[in-house]
Design a protein around this ligand. Structure first.
Ligand SMILES: Cc1cc2nc3c(=O)[nH]c(=O)nc-3n(C[C@H](O)[C@H](O)[C@H](O)COP(=O)(O)OP(=O)(O)OC[C@H]3O[C@@H](n4cnc5c(N)ncnc54)[C@H](O)[C@@H]3O)c2cc1C
Length: 399
């Protein structure tokens, strides 16, 4: 572990993965900010982070307008990535737009999808409600016996390489002056009135004073908040991913299909990817990555073979389990300052859609710190005040 170069920083970011690095990059490139940034990361291999276990997809099919706008900015960011990095060595990041396909097997869910399609289309998203016959025509490989229809969008919806964005954010944030240290925040000290964070104590013993503290600690966010005496309804939940090969590959891309069984599946280069939560979905320990091998045989493969009969003959080639930072209150992100301790900023609770939201929320948080207001997208609806007031801001489209 390393000690930071200074005993005081304007901004300390706890956790240097996707969100810590997004905020560090946005802040450090803004000439109006001008302060110092320390990013404290306890595991520079990022082995157990959500970021390293992601499926890296982006969609516009959300139930809340602001979540749709946030992902639309995510797509814009991906398209402009090379230019934004201002570096000849930066790559283009393709967005493979095979779309999400939400399948409905009952009238209630189909009505929901129709409602959401209207909200999304009003904001310019390409979502279309497709009847069973239309789906069968475009994607003849599905078994649609139990399906009424589905929502599908082929514009700016699919896979992108979030890992490369993360690498470049980290590299560029450093080049722009942010200091990254391999260390762990063990304690947070507040002032006597408990209205401000004053400092953090690191695993190596140093006490570092801070102007603003940003909680980017992913599934460990509640532990970090508790260090400042704050209750945060975010917990680690296991999510499984399986990569498989098909003996008879499909003749076109498999959209990211949200199957009524709770299993999702999509094209993954020459292979296919499937994922699901466990049937019983409790909070787990922060270091519990024990894999349930029965899921593949008992849940995932049967669901795949039922929906796509060609997947009767498949071979599992890789699998992993990662943690969502799951917001148990309303399944939406919690972003912004604490109500009374205004220099404690939450960037937490992204469940399974945090990667795509990281450009917009990183920018928003940097605006808040620099200007005291959100300038691009108003993300006040995600504030911690709703938790205090028990006012939910439910996102229905959580995978
Ligand atoms: C299986 C799976 C599939 C997903 N698929 C998608 C998808 O398709 N699309 C999408 O948009 N999103 C997806 N997500 C969600 C997305 O990956 C996450 O929302 C995002 O990576 C969260 O990033 P983060 O920086 O908040 O958290 P993390 O990546 O978990 O990073 C938190 C960091 O904080 C560090 N840390 C914690 N506590 C401390 C401390 N006290 N001191 C120092 N460091 C600390 C940790 O070591 C870690 O590196 C998926 C997630 C999973 C698990």
């Amino acid at each position: 572990m390393q000690a930071p170069s200074k005993t005081s920083h304007d901004v300390i970011i706890v956790g240097g993965a996707m969100y810590g690095s997004s905020v560090a990059w946005w802040l450090s490139r803004n000439p109006d900010f001008g302060g110092s940034i320390l990013v404290v990361e306890r595991d520079p291999t990022y082995e157990f982070s959500s970021t390293s276990h992601t499926n890296s997809c982006i969609r516009q099919q959300f139930s809340n307008e602001v979540n749709i706008r946030i992902s639309q900015f995510g797509a814009e960011f991906i398209h402009n990535f090379k230019e934004l990095m201002a570096d000849d060595d930066a790559p283009d990041i393709p967005l493979q737009s095979y779309g999400y396909m939400y399948l409905a097997d009952n009238e209630g869910f189909a009505a929901n999808l129709r409602e959401q399609q209207k909200v999304q289309a009003a904001l310019g998203a390409g979502t279309k409600f497709m009847t069973k016959e239309e789906i069968a025509q475009d994607y003849p490989f599905y078994n649609l016996d139990d399906i009424i229809g589905g929502n599908h969008n082929l514009i700016d919806e699919g896979y992108f390489d979030g890992g490369t964005i993360f690498d470049w954010w980290r590299r560029k944030a450093r080049a722009q002056g942010a200091e990254y240290v391999h260390n762990e925040v063990k304690a947070i000290t507040r002032n006597a009135a408990e209205t401000q964070v004053e400092s953090v104590t690191l695993a190596t013993g140093e006490v570092i004073a801070c102007g603003t503290l940003i909680n980017c600690s992913g599934p460990s966010a509640a532990i970090t908040a508790a260090m400042a005496g704050i209750a945060l309804p975010v917990e680690p939940r296991k999510r499984y991913t399986f990569i498989f090969d098909a003996a008879a590959p499909l003749d076109r891309d498999l959209p990211l299909t949200i199957d009524p069984s709770g299993v999702h599946m999509r094209t993954d280069g020459q292979y296919y990817l499937a994922g699901c939560p466990p049937d019983d979905d409790p909070a787990v320990a922060y270091d519990d990555f024990i894999f349930d091998h029965s899921l593949w045989e008992q849940k995932v493969w049967p669901a795949l073979a039922t929906r796509v009969p060609a997947f009767e003959t498949i071979k599992l080639i890789n699998a992993w389990v990662g943690h969502y930072a799951f917001n148990t209150f309303d399944q939406n992100a919690i972003v912004g300052p604490h109500v009374e301790m205004s220099n404690f900023i939450f960037v937490n609770g992204f469940s399974g859609h945090g990667l795509q939201q990281s450009p917009a929320f990183g920018r928003a948080v940097s605006e808040w710190i620099t200007y005291g207001a959100y300038r691009s997208i108003d993300i006040n609806a995600f504030g911690y005040d709703r938790i205090v007031e028990q006012r939910s801001f439910l996102e229905k489209a959580v995978i």
